[in-house]
Design a protein around this ligand. Sequence first.
Ligand SMILES: Nc1ncnc2c1ncn2[C@@H]1O[C@H](COP(=O)(O)OP(=O)(O)O)[C@@H](O)[C@H]1O
Ligand SMILES: [Mg+2]
Length: 245
Amino acid sequence: MTFSSLSKTYQNAGGRARALNECSLEVERGTFTVIVGRSGCGKTTLLKCIAGLETPDSGTIDFGGDVRIGFMFQDPRLLPWFTIEENLRLAFSNGPLTQRKTNREEQNKLIHETLALAGLEGWEKAYPGNLSGGMAQRASLARCLCRRAQLLLLDEPLSALDAFTRSRLRKELCALWENLGLGVILVTHDIDEAVYVGDTVYLMEEGSLGGRFSIDSKKLPRPRNYHSAVFQEYCRRIEEAIRYG
Ligand SMILES: Nc1ncnc2c1ncn2[C@@H]1O[C@H](COP(=O)(O)OP(=O)(O)O)[C@@H](O)[C@H]1O
Ligand SMILES: [Mg+2]
């Protein structure tokens, strides 16, 4: 998948904000790509352009064929008056991220299967208000998976969670990615998270991607150990690149 020279400027009350500036990215199918950058550098805008939720002013997006996309936001975005099952069913209605046609029986099967994959078996009839933050994000992940997304776009999905839940979900996300053969593009401002999950880590600054780091899965096999010397060395190199440009 190739995203070339994407640019996007927003018109704000306070002036113009250049969110993407000739931003280019190459992603191999089935790999785990991470984009790290400060708040406001254009990460969300990039994911939204890839998902078709925003239109870039210029640039090209080439998936190299049909790809079903799932989008996971920082907050779970579940409708509070619907049960978890009903929230997942919305993934089958019409919209840029929801175009898959299925009958109700097939939908039910997919909903139950994916809730189990996301660790929420038995919570179909619960309401979002009855879930913890981590469980709500699991439901949001299940909503992406239930339409058999092939490419997951994850916009800081774990950053609002407590440290314990975050590290558990990171591990589960890696396992799902490996087992389902998904492609993932994850956006985060957390370097540990990037090195823990990623095959490739890009640094984003002021609307474009700079440094690119390959995390060698032979040197650092999954599940990765945060305390190993190799892990720490990758983190150090990325931190230095961010600090000194
Ligand atoms: N819908 C929008 N309308 C106007 N300005 C926006 C909108 N979305 C983002 N921006 C601006 O674009 C820039 C990049 O934002 P964003 O892509 O959300 O960055 P990040 O996700 O890295 O924090 C910021 O200056 C932000 O204020
Ligand atoms: Mg953002």
